[in-house]
Design a protein around this ligand. Sequence first.
Ligand SMILES: Nc1ncnc2c1ncn2[C@@H]1O[C@H](COP(=O)(O)OP(=O)(O)OP(=O)(O)O)[C@@H](O)[C@H]1O
Ligand SMILES: [Mg+2]
Length: 355
Amino acid sequence: MITTGQILEVLQKVVDPELGHNIVALGMVRDLTVHPGGEVSFTLALTIPTCPMKDHMAFNARQLLTTLPDVSKVEITFGEMTDEERKNAFSMARPIPPKLNAFNKIGRVIAVMSGKGGVGKSSLTALLAVMLVRSGKKVGILDADVTGPSIPKLFGLPAGGLRGSAQGILPAITPLGIRIVSTNLLVPEEDTAVIWRGPLISGTIQQFYNEVLWGKLDVLLVDLPPGTADAAITVIKNLPLSGALLVTSPQQLAALVVRKAVHMLQSLDIPVLGLIENFSYYRDPQTGVIHEIFGPSHAGEIAELTGTPLQLRLAIDPALTGLCDTGQIEQADTTALEPLLALFLPAGTAVSNRN
Ligand SMILES: Nc1ncnc2c1ncn2[C@@H]1O[C@H](COP(=O)(O)OP(=O)(O)OP(=O)(O)O)[C@@H](O)[C@H]1O
Ligand SMILES: [Mg+2]
């Protein structure tokens, strides 16, 4: 015959979704009895009798117990905790993640990722935002490179530019109207070092998403630091991503590490929307001859290997470097990124009709 100990072990798998702990640890399982013939009965002591999760928890408990071979029937009655017990249960509760600012309405959240550093993620995130805002979209950029933020500088935004309001943190706004949040806008000087470890990085990114008053946005672009560490994991697991854009460069190493990023996205069912190979070539303005300065492209291979639907090769553009360095990215020519516009149009709309 099955013992009460074995039953309690199984019931530890039933979690009170509001309190974030299992019903045994919370002391909710009372009067547990195993009757002859394999009938199991217990009382589920609720924090409040009208607990909206009570049927959910009872259903899960019954489901789990009835799969045990020695259990013929499960009888659950609802009870109620005393004030003291309720207080204890609530003190065990895990902090519930903050809800998205009630004033926000964000259409698509898209992460810009790479395996390797310095391939142009931040510049391309900014350029993409410029292109989208020019095509009439409301755009925000969440700078998830918490310890190495570079988005504000590209737009010439000064340090310390974030403001608070009763409704949440207000993003900085560029001349074209792009809303930006970055740790670089929190620190007093642009070059103040932010030396934070994983949990703080993760918490900051979630706060940037949840607590900022983004308002109504068609697209929120998330600029990630290179690699697949804390920031990338937080963004992929905690933000409601519609997909990710991957940035690579022609170097073998960049091609190799971008595959790692792809595997991470695939394992969490995040679609890879496109692959951008930056620094792909240089076109001599006098002769029009193309030079593959960093070697031949690997974009086709990676796109094929990973099943990425859209690939784009971008040239080395010294004018862009200059505009980035002087905080004038909003003056840049975004023609080369136009194939990406298709990702932001309603299905069936031709790119050439975007205006
Ligand atoms: N297509 C391009 N042509 C010329 N310069 C470029 C191009 N793309 C990016 N750059 C320049 O390359 C440098 C690195 O770009 P950026 O900071 O965007 O890379 P990143 O991938 O975000 O780097 P990190 O991994 O450090 O976050 C910047 O100075 C930027 O202006
Ligand atoms: Mg960057």
